[in-house]
Write a protein that binds this ligand. Structure first.
Ligand code: AKB
Length: 312
């Protein structure tokens, strides 16, 4: 029997493109998209779609039973900047959704779970350059705390109940189809939209703030790859470091200027600067590359060409 996949949070930035790719791979009817609201026409019309609150474990179970779901991709989350405004709500969404899905896997309703972690699970005391897979992790944001706790819940359910849960620590993800919302790395998406619209961008991070980033296509490839690899290759059941590019606002602006010479960037930092300053700058992802042959394709130059071509 082939797999049937449930995506929770299918209308979000990563969820929407993941849904399309998984539908191409597994067939439209084998990928059930769900979200708390109908946010994306491509997602709701290209295959089964249901309204679902990620924290409603009973509701998830009903959909799992209705469609005979075997795998869940839990993409719903409150990101770093919004989570600082609503810490309690962020904790409830990010934790309760994960614990509910892990319970369903423990009770054998589903066979495999994908859950994203983030570079936010590191903190100011982690090494900033070539941040290792295993190192000091003392996150200072509520989002980061929820991601670090989630990683350890994944590891716990794997060790204690043999739940096949797999996870990646995403860097900032850059895409042109669906905008991100509420993240600290969102500037690296907005900058392309504003460069085309206004030929200028006011950045909420300072010019030298270096952060790990990745083009959406690489993130989707990694996500599907980690889920398709043989279980024996998954040596880390907390979450894998994943990296592609690291750049500063000044560097991405310089790359955009190669295509739009009149483009101008200015800087006005806000509370997100402190979040960015607490995160790594360059991630060491050699373990993911070694264990399940992860490789990225897009560097800053190629990504910029792709972003501007598609947004135009
Ligand atoms: C955010 O900025 O909150 C996210 C992330 C790095 O997890 N993009």
């Amino acid at each position: 029997m082939s797999d049937t996949i449930l995506i929770i949070g299918a209308c979000g930035q990563i969820g929407s493109e993941l849904t399309q790719k998984l539908r191409e791979t597994y067939g439209n009817d084998h990928v059930v998209a769900t979200d708390i609201r109908e946010g994306n026409e491509d997602v709701t019309s290209s295959g089964p779609f249901e309204i679902l609150d990620a924290t409603d474990t009973e509701g998830i179970l009903k959909i799992v039973q209705k469609y005979k779901v075997t795998q869940v991709y839990l993409m719903a989350a409150m990101l770093s900047a919004t989570a600082e405004k609503y810490p309690q709500k962020a904790w409830e969404l990010n934790m309760n959704s994960l614990l509910g899905v892990l319970e369903l896997a423990k009770d054998k309703h589903i066979k495999q779970v994908y859950w994203p972690s983030s570079i936010a699970s590191f903190g100011p005391t982690s090494p900033k350059i070539n941040t290792p897979q295993q190192t000091i992790m003392e996150p200072t944001t509520v989002y980061g705390i929820s991601k670090l706790a989630g990683e350890h819940w994944c590891n716990y359910y794997y060790n204690r109940y043999s739940v096949d849960v797999r996870s990646i620590r995403y860097p900032g993800i850059i895409s042109w189809k669906t905008k991100p919302g509420g993240g600290t790395t969102d500037y690296a998406v907005d900058i392309y939209f504003k460069a085309l619209e206004n030929k200028s961008y006011e950045c909420f991070l300072s010019e030298n703030t270096r952060l790990p980033m990745m083009f959406m296509k690489d993130a989707i490839d990694a996500t599907i790859k980690i889920m398709q690899t043989d279980a024996a290759n998954i040596k880390t059941r907390t979450s894998y470091n994943l990296a592609a590019i690291s750049f500063t606002p000044e560097e991405i602006a310089a790359e955009i200027k190669k295509h739009i010479p009149e483009f101008k960037i200015s800087y006005k930092t806000d509370f997100r600067q402190q979040i960015a300053d607490s995160w790594p700058q360059v991630i060491d992802d050699s373990q993911a590359r070694q264990d399940w042959s992860w490789n990225h394709q897009f560097d800053l130059e190629l990504m910029t060409k792709e972003m501007l071509k598609n947004l135009q």
